[in-house]
Design a binder for this molecule. Sequence first.
Ligand SMILES: *[C@@H]1O[C@H](CO)[C@@H](O)[C@H](O)[C@H]1NC(C)=O
Length: 450
Amino acid sequence: MPSILQTFLAIGTFSVAYAAVIVPGATWTDTSGNVIQAHGGGFLKSGSTYYWHGEDKVHNSGLFRAVSCYSSSDLVTWTRQNDALTPISGTSISTSNIVERPKVVFNQANSEYVMWFHSDSSNYGAAQVGVATAKAPCGPYTYRSSFQPLGAQSRDMGLFQDDDATQTTYLLYASDNNQNFKISKLDANYYNVVSQTSVISASTLESPGIIKRSGIYYLFASHTTGWDPNPNKFFTASALTGPWSAQADIAPPVTRTYFSQNTFDILVNNNFGIYMGDRWRPSLLGSSRYMWFPLTWSSGKPQIVQADLWSLNLAAGTYSVASGVTYEAESGTISGSATTLSDGSFSGGRAIGYLGNGGSITINNVQGTGAAQWVALYYANGDSTWRNTTVSVNGGSQVLVDQPNTGGGHVILSVPVKLTLRSGANSLTFGSGQSNYAADLDRIIVYTAT
Ligand SMILES: *[C@@H]1O[C@H](CO)[C@@H](O)[C@H](O)[C@H]1NC(C)=O
């Protein structure tokens, strides 16, 4: 017989269950239920608390609105705090300027938090870094200045704080019209850049992050394709001065890093780290999604672990990728103009195409638990556009799911959607009631983890 205390604990467990899994590409909400606005983010650990600083793009504009600040004890459940940095008219961080990729480090000697960010004019012509300081992780930060480090351009940037006695910190940045990638050392206060440590010439790198593991430095970065994704790379060196290895992939290149761009990378322990990326949506910037994946090392090579749902146990130092039940689209019932496509890249060699615009597919006998469940749609767009598909469960109302551009060909990506399935058998219909074409549907995976 449950005591009142047990009942209370059960409710308590239920109330935090929503945050147990990381769902790359889903709408990620904070503890108030609002969509997390922290794009191009940076992460800082202070005591046992993590802080996430990022760009608030709720206004769907590239112009500066705020550097937001969220806190968490588990990297999954995030509470929004006060904004860390807000616009100041008449300066380089006004509402008509660009403030991107904020990164914060703690200066132990000064007991001060120092934020660096890409500081620019609206046409990216100024190509500067900005610096701001605060006495608390979320600030509010006091803006110091914006400048070109060592007199050269700086656009996409990151920071790396080394583990030496004085925690020497470095600026990582795309310089010289994004042609040369540079690493430069900061002064003891972290207010300025004092000397150039490394240059990777003609490398056209953006969105950098560094992890140090067993004495090796791993640099992660994308190439320069604007808001579009590309195959992100890693480079290794045994010192920040280099020499840096040739680039290598962190994910199958056709997936273009699962349609994401690196923003930050952390090492949890020697077994794994976390790749934190942005899935940019330039036409609706505030709907850009976060793409976080485990990062594992195999023969010294860091690789993303593809996962639709995964969980993190920081206390135990482990992660777990959820498994689900797969249903092939071709096992369903075709309606209208929908048709079966054959290609070796599809699971089982087949997918269903010509969905939407009069075609639909119903997958029957999908086993549900009677609760809201994550379902991953594995799809391909034959052309280089974003598409979307309707989904309805048991003939109920239609939910619209965005299907980011897979880059043409038969490249398969997945997108998550949360659907309420009844306990037992369900019928899921894709592509009905929409006048535009949906992507080709390869399969779905139904998860029970929440
Ligand atoms: C769905 O995709 C079509 C392109 O296929 C696009 O025109 C339309 O705006 C999208 N709908 C929404 C709500 O995003």
